[in-house]
Design a protein around this ligand. Structure first.
Ligand code: NDP
Length: 486
């Protein structure tokens, strides 16, 4: 039985309805998905595919957005490679292998009982065990985690390491909670999650709201319940199975990817003015690497607003920000007021003129107006540290402008790649030195760039969105073809 996508191999929707699965197509025979400004031509196959997906996943806006970005590139590609189209590979990848949804009950310091939702989305394990982070944030929904798990499939494939895609988390907010409350929540969360994960099955890691402290509590509870010390989580402390450079890896990798894009064009990152959003793990190490390479860091931000470092952030100032965010767990607004910086409440970094932008906070933090402002001000490199930080309109604007635009699934893959290296070290019961891990990380970012060049070169120019999506798809798709229909 063919689905909407496979059934629309001719350019006529109406001509296909009678001959295919009527329950799937009849409900959405006509293009309902409206193209917004800056969106390219929408082929009929894409519209039918997205309508079908929307019917099955109503209201899951982030998930639909992430799949659409991939489908825009992969559907034209599969038209030229009918083996993927006939086997319904994209439809299969867009349906997670498994969605696990559970209650997490915990007690606060005053003895009050709270109930949160926990999730694990195991998206696809065609090329290796499920792998992807855990996010603890009030904004977590099924849609957000499904989008992140879907993205993770392609990202992990691009690293060339044997890792499938997953994501999980909870709507629990660690902000304002005591260490004891965070510990009790993590223990309750892991009491259920442990049934579904394992070093050869599914290996979670950190993400927004899940740093070293949370990974410690989660790993401790897993170890206690299962009576085993295995590499079931990554992002562990270096003294208990963690890898050197893992904390730095996403930020460093995002900068290495920008370096690769610039090098391919005959330029260097040295001396460039860079805006960075966020001030969490990815942003901090993006800023650190940029400073090491002689670039100027002009901004950092958080949910409270933005600091514009007019003379460029210094290493001492970055260390102070890191202490404030990681140890004090305070806001940038508080940091600015106690350290004499002008603070721009509720403002984003994109208004500051720059050469390069590193969106490193969260999804959809950079919209079409922001993209226009960046381009008008001369920005010609965007390397996404966060997952899907650019809205579709912003991403299309960057693509049309022909700037160096590295999408998150390629540019921020250094984090999960180094998690893969942590898994290897755990299996070997070895610990590689810092330089060795950093060298491997550089090598992986170089090879991701090569893959983007291979699949994304159009008329002598590299479209990194095309390259990342097709490059990530092919490896997973070939494995799925080999396994047969399942
Ligand atoms: P952190 O929790 O360490 O930091 C997140 C930062 O983003 C904080 O400064 C936070 O502000 C800010 N932020 C979060 N949500 C919003 C929002 N709605 N509006 C404005 N600012 C916001 O997370 P990470 O640095 O680990 O992750 C950042 C991004 O990078 C995410 O998209 C994540 O999925 C992605 N990523 C992370 C990887 C990793 O290894 N950590 C790997 C690959 C991708 P505040 O301090 O006020 O909370």
């Amino acid at each position: 039985m063919y689905s909407a996508f496979a059934s629309h191999r001719n350019d006529s929707v109406l001509g296909l309805i009678g001959s295919q699965d009527s329950t799937l197509i009849a409900a959405h025979p006509v293009a309902r998905t409206q193209a917004t400004s800056n969106q390219p031509y929408t082929p009929v196959e894409l519209v039918a595919f997205m309508d079908s997906l929307e019917d099955r996943n109503p209201g899951q806006t982030e998930f639909l957005q992430a799949v659409r970005e991939v489908a825009e590139k992969v559907i034209p590609f599969t038209r030229e490679h009918p083996e993927y189209e006939e086997a319904q590979i994209l439809e299969r990848i867009a349906e997670p292998d498994r969605v696990i949804h559970f209650r997490v009950t915990w007690e606060d310091d005053n003895g009050a009982i709270h109930v949160n939702r926990g999730y694990r989305i195991q998206a696809n394990n065609a090329i290796g065990p499920y792998k992807g982070g855990l996010r603890f944030d009030p904004s977590v929904t099924l849609s957000v985690l499904k989008f992140l798990a879907f993205e993770q499939v392609f990202k992990n494939s691009l690293t060339t390491l044997p890792m499938g895609g997953a994501k999980g988390g909870s709507d629990f907010d660690p902000k304002g909670k005591s260490n004891a409350e965070v510990m009790r929540f993590c223990q309750s969360f892991m009491t259920e999650l442990q049934r579904h994960i394992g070093a050869d099955t599914d290996i979670p890691a950190g993400d927004i709201g899940v740093g070293g402290r949370e990974i410690g509590f989660l790993f401790g509870q897993y170890k206690r319940l299962r009576n085993e010390f295995t590499g079931v989580l990554t992002g562990k402390g270096v003294g208990w199975g963690g890898s050197l450079i893992r904390s730095e890896a996403t930020g460093y990798g995002t900068v290495y990817f920008a370096q690769e894009m610039l090098k391919h064009k005959g330029e260097s990152i040295e001396g460039k003015g860079c805006v960075v959003s966020g001030s969490g793990n990815v942003s901090q190490y993006t800023a650190e690497k940029l400073l090491t390479l002689g670039a100027t860091v002009l901004t950092l931000s958080d949910r409270s607003g933005m600091i514009h470092f007019k003379d460029g952030l210094t290493e001492e100032q970055l260390a102070a920000v890191m202490h404030h965010k990681n140890e004090v767990r305070g806001t940038l607004a508080e940091f600015a007021s106690t350290n004499g910086f002008v603070f721009h409440a509720d403002k984003k970094p994109w208004i500051v003129p720059c050469d390069c932008a590193f969106p490193s906070a969260t999804q959809n933090e950079l919209d079409d107006n922001d993209a226009k402002t960046l381009l008008d001000n001369g920005c010609d490199v965007v390397s996404e540290g966060a997952n899907m930080p650019s809205t579709p309109e912003a991403a299309h604007r960057f693509e049309e402008a022909g700037i160096l635009f590295g999408p998150g699934k390629a540019a921020n893959a250094g984090g999960v790649a180094t998690s893969g290296l942590e898994m290897s070290q755990n299996s070997l019961r070895l610990s590689w030195p810092r330089e060795e891990v950093d060298e491997k990380l550089r090598g992986i970012m170089h090879s991701i760039h090569e893959t983007c060049v291979q699949y994304g070169t159009e008329n002598g120019r590299v479209n990194y969105v095309t390259g990342a999506n097709i490059g990530g798809f092919v490896r997973v798709a070939d494995a799925m073809l080999a396994y047969g229909v399942m």
